[in-house]
Design a protein around this ligand. Structure first.
Ligand code: FES
Length: 122
């Protein structure tokens, strides 16, 4: 059974903006709010060279990475062609205006040390 944990209100995420959710292990999770109020959650690391997607520009259901402008799909975390690669998406639930994330995913997905990920991208 999924253990959904409340993170913040949808209203706490700027429209076409983001909010970072720090974790005990691994990179932060970035919550994104599209213009249609859909909320998405991705690991806050671009699949290209680890750029902070939470600082990117949201348009439609995508975000443009602030470092080299790759377009990353908010639903699947994958780069749009011709670029390749995916970051980790997290399940999101919205209930009564509150954003909830899966506690197990927060504790287990993409928790490898940042240094190792940085070396891989170098
Ligand atoms: S790190 Fe995101 S496009 Fe290069």
């Amino acid at each position: 059974m999924t253990n959904w944990v409340p993170i913040c209100a949808v209203a706490d995420i700027p429209v076409l903006g983001s909010r970072r959710v720090a974790r005990q292990q691994g990179a932060a999770v970035a919550l994104f709010r599209a213009a249609d109020d859909h909320v998405f959650a991705l690991l806050d690391r671009c699949p290209h060279k680890g750029g902070p997607l939470s600082q990117g520009i949201v348009f439609g259901h995508s975000v443009a990475c602030p470092l080299h402008n790759w377009t990353i799909g908010l639903a699947d975390g994958c780069a749009r062609a011709p670029d390749e690669g995916c970051t980790t998406p997290f399940a999101v639930r919205v209930e009564e205006g509150q954003v909830l994330l899966d506690a197990q995913e927060l504790n287990t997905l993409a928790i490898e040390p940042l240094a190792a990920a940085g070396q891989a991208a170098a």
